[in-house]
Design a protein around this ligand. Structure first.
Ligand code: FES
Ligand code: ZN
Ligand code: ZN
Length: 317
């Protein structure tokens, strides 16, 4: 196998593009794919101040690396979820990465700043761990971006992530989620714009990029997600991709082109009645927003005491 660009020996094959690359040209290819996603989906302007959500894993650190390399003004944000050694190691990986490249990293700690951690908080609230985690991340990262005056919040969701979520949303015909499944969610009152610049790269490619660039990321996945449904959708799509390269790309980009417009709110449809949360002021359709309700349950001393006596319980997301 030879590199498509320089004809030197290839380091990686990308079957869905019917191409192979040496390390140097693979790195350039990844940067180009990110730049293309940003341009094509109007993610942000060249002078935008981008807040990059980093977890210490390959995708988010790779994203930060590429954006900084493309010359964007970036700041990283790491949210400590209190998931034992996994959280300690992921925070250290983000710290090392930021220090090594002289980039600005903000650290938010769920336990000390919001009063709960994910394992205990989810058990106290009697909710699925990943759902508790997802809601906490969405709320807090949006809040950090708004307070910090950032133009956009970028996350490291790659093609595999998006295709798997789409697959799940289609299996369950989760119409509301399908309407939101876009590479860009524009800013609205109380919400910063959110973008996913890695949608053109598969997980295997983000991992290869991270290795080739010498990014010291944490390899273990979060221990809470093992066995969750999202992972099973990923495995199914991987199996299909193996025999039909390009399946994930077709599913996801085909949906963006042909499916997504059909889930847009119809003309004349009343927009939901959104008003400020009576506790935190964030936009919500109820009196108290979903995050404030979660936080109340997750920090309730009686619920926490019961959760602690039962011990941590993994709830599937
Ligand atoms: Fe959210 Fe593991 S990272 S539950
Ligand atoms: Zn080459
Ligand atoms: Zn609230």
């Amino acid at each position: 196998m030879r590199c498509r660009v320089c004809r030197e020996r290839a380091a990686i094959e990308v079957r869905r593009h019917n191409a192979a690359f040496c390390s140097e040209h693979f790195i350039a290819h990844c940067r180009e794919q990110v730049a293309r996603a940003i341009r094509k989906h109007w993610m942000f302007r060249p002078d935008a101040h981008v807040l990059v959500a980093v977890s210490g894993g390959k995708d988010s650190l790779m994203l930060w690396d590429v954006l900084a390399d493309l010359g964007y003004n970036t700041t990283g944000v790491y949210l400590g979820l209190g998931i034992g050694a996994y959280s300690d190691e992921s925070r250290e990986a983000c710290d090392r990465f930021a220090q090594g490249r002289d980039l600005d990293l903000r650290i938010v700690d769920l336990g000390s700043e919001y009063g709960y951690d994910i394992p205990t908080g989810a058990a106290a609230a009697r909710r699925a761990t990943c759902a508790t985690c997802g809601l906490s991340k969405r709320y807090i990262l949006n809040d950090v971006a708004l307070r910090g005056g950032f133009d956009v919040l970028a996350t490291g969701h790659n093609l595999d992530d998006e295709a798997a979520v789409l697959f799940g949303n289609l299996v369950h015909w989760n119409v509301e989620a399908l309407a939101r499944q876009k590479p860009v969610l524009p800013a609205a009152a109380g919400f910063v714009s959110k973008v996913k610049p890695l949608i053109r790269l598969a997980e295997r490619e983000t991992a290869a990029y991270a290795v080739m660039r010498g990014i010291d990321y944490i390899v273990e996945e979060c221990p809470m997600v093992a066995g969750n449904t999202g992972l099973r959708y990923k495995e199914t799509l991987n199996e299909m991709e193996r025999t039909s390269p390009g399946t994930k790309h077709q599913l996801y980009f085909g949906f963006l082109e042909h499916g997504a417009p059909r889930f847009e709110p119809r003309e004349g449809e009343d927009p939901p009645d959104v008003h400020p949360c009576t506790r935190c002021g964030a936009p919500t359709t109820s009196d108290v927003c979903a995050f404030c309700r979660l936080r109340e349950q997750a920090t309730d001393p009686e619920r926490v005491a019961v959760a602690l006596t039962r011990g941590p319980k993994r709830r599937r997301g």
